[in-house]
Design a protein around this ligand. Structure first.
Ligand SMILES: *[C@@H]1O[C@H](CO)[C@@H](O)[C@H](O)[C@H]1NC(C)=O
Ligand SMILES: *[C@@H]1O[C@H](CO)[C@@H](O)[C@H](O)[C@H]1NC(C)=O
Ligand SMILES: *[C@@H]1O[C@H](CO)[C@@H](O)[C@H](O)[C@H]1NC(C)=O
Ligand SMILES: *[C@@H]1O[C@H](CO)[C@@H](O)[C@H](O)[C@H]1NC(C)=O
Ligand SMILES: *[C@@H]1O[C@H](CO)[C@@H](O)[C@H](O)[C@H]1NC(C)=O
Ligand SMILES: *[C@@H]1O[C@H](CO)[C@@H](O)[C@H](O)[C@H]1NC(C)=O
Ligand SMILES: *[C@@H]1O[C@H](CO)[C@@H](O)[C@H](O)[C@H]1NC(C)=O
Ligand SMILES: *[C@@H]1O[C@H](CO)[C@@H](O)[C@H](O)[C@H]1NC(C)=O
Length: 374
């Protein structure tokens, strides 16, 4: 088995070093005193925004606000699984602690106390929100051309986060199998209703582009079909859902940016195994990185097409929508805070390049803001 699928590891030294410090510092934590009013609901994150005026649940997916979302669902890879997301532990890049999936802090699906994540930002307005992941788990893995071994999900931790480390678009079906079984359970346990509004975040493709120089099934044409198929399956099986597809980032740049980290690029103790050499197969030569960089726009075009396909009157209806959020992120920064505001920003007004600022203010939605569909 090759470890080349863990492209998230590439992020470990440069971004996560500061992430772990910021987590300790509480910089990502907003106001970590969510129960400061004994009478109030217990929420994981207090963002000190004004409450939204209550109203009956909307009937139209184009009318959604954060307080309408009752479940969050995730499909993706190691980034969504929170692989290594608590950063370098005990100053060792490669250690069992660092190599965990910190699902509770995943930007798209985490629900740990005091962490700024999409679910926690939603739960501030929707107290019974279901689906966010909590805590850590040992890393999961998908490998080969299309294989994710069974039995890797830990429902108590993952909840409705179907992401698996190493997953490519071809593995989305496997992930959705898990989600559908968990949703059935949640309906029958009365945790959520079928008619509740759900926000499904899809963030996949970095492992596809990491193999695009080597296997045809990782090329944009296959990727487009895989994504379209899973979205169609969601449409036919999950009622009342808004799918937000997050655009792909420049994985090839991460590889280059991590090269200077000498200790990260050292072999494991008592071996000559250098992890960095095995990550993201196509990133290891300039020629292949050029292929990756040149293909990247095609992956994003594929995602954009899936979203626009479902905007056609043939498929769009009041209970289902797909929106594409490109993520032109400066790879030396980090996308967490950026995405939140994007959810409220029409595509036409989105910035050209996003940069991470640890002290960026949290956007407080108003009564008239809606989750944008275009
Ligand atoms: C942690 O907090 C200290 C004091 O508030 C601040 O000077 C420092 O920059 C913070 N570090 C990070 C990584 O946010
Ligand atoms: C928030 O508070 C909890 C409980 O006191 C603590 O475990 C957690 O580390 C804190 N989080 C941050 C980001 O400070
Ligand atoms: C949390 O809020 C309570 C009540 O407002 C306050 O007494 C307490 O000092 C706060 N704790 C922190 C760590 O800010
Ligand atoms: C705390 O609760 C009291 C009433 O129980 C309310 O008047 C006050 O506004 C609340 N404070 C916050 C910060 O929510
Ligand atoms: C739902 O919203 C869309 C877009 O605003 C609109 O075209 C459609 O007519 C609405 N449906 C109903 C039943 O109001
Ligand atoms: C590019 O990747 C392919 C597939 O892994 C490999 O066979 C080839 O040698 C690589 N090319 C270069 C120039 O490294
Ligand atoms: C992959 O695609 C290339 C170009 O379309 C083709 O020449 C090659 O035969 C394909 N390889 C496989 C294994 O299908
Ligand atoms: C929207 O489409 C889904 C999937 O085809 C279908 O189950 C649902 O009944 C449709 N809703 C409306 C209001 O037409």
């Amino acid at each position: 088995m090759s470890l080349s699928y863990f492209y998230m590891l590439l992020l470990t030294p440069m971004v996560l070093d500061s992430t772990s410090k910021a987590l300790e510092n509480g910089t990502f934590g907003g106001n970590n005193n969510s129960t400061n009013n004994n009478t109030g609901p217990i929420i994981p994150l207090d963002i000190s925004c004004p409450a939204l005026t209550q109203r009956p649940p909307p009937r139209n997916v184009s009318d959604l606000r954060a307080d309408d979302i009752k479940a969050v669902i995730g499909l993706g890879d190691s980034v969504m699984a929170g692989f290594g997301a608590k950063g370098v532990q005990n100053e060792q890049y490669i250690s069992i602690k660092t190599l965990k999936e910190a699902r509770g802090v995943s930007f798209a699906m985490g629900g740990d106390q005091g962490i700024i994540t999409i679910p926690n930002l939603i739960q501030y307005y929707s107290h019974s929100l279901y689906g966010a992941s909590v805590g850590d788990q040992i890393f999961t893995v998908c490998f080969g051309d299309q294989f994710c071994p069974g039995g890797q999900y830990k429902a108590a931790i993952d909840v409705l986060n179907g992401a698996q480390s190493g997953a490519r678009s071809v593995n989305l079906d496997h992930e959705l199998d898990y989600i559908l079984s968990q949703l059935d359970q949640a309906y029958s346990d009365n945790r959520i209703q079928k008619t509740d509004w759900k926000l499904l975040t899809l963030f996949i493709g970095s492992n596809d582009v990491c193999h695009a120089c080597a296997v045809n099934t990782s090329l944009p044409e296959h990727y487009a079909i895989n994504v379209q198929l899973v979205v169609e399956r969601v449409r036919l099986t999950i009622p009342n859902v808004l799918i937000q597809i997050i655009g792909m980032i420049r994985v090839d740049e991460i590889f280059v940016a991590t090269l200077p980290y000498a200790s990260y690029c050292q072999p494991f103790p008592r071996s000559d195994f250098v992890l960095h050499d095995h990550e993201c197969g196509c990133a290891h030569s300039e020629t292949n990185r050029t292929i990756m960089a040149n293909l990247l726009p095609q992956y994003n075009t594929a995602l954009e097409k899936v979203a626009s396909f479902y905007q056609s009157p043939l498929y769009a209806n009041d209970s289902f929508a797909v929106v594409f959020h490109p993520l032109p992120v400066d790879i030396l920064s980090f996308p967490i805070q950026a995405i939140r505001k994007l959810m409220y920003t029409p595509i036409s007004q989105k910035p050209q390049q996003l940069e991470f600022q640890a002290d960026a203010p949290i956007y407080c939605p108003t009564d008239s803001d809606r989750l944008q569909l275009k």
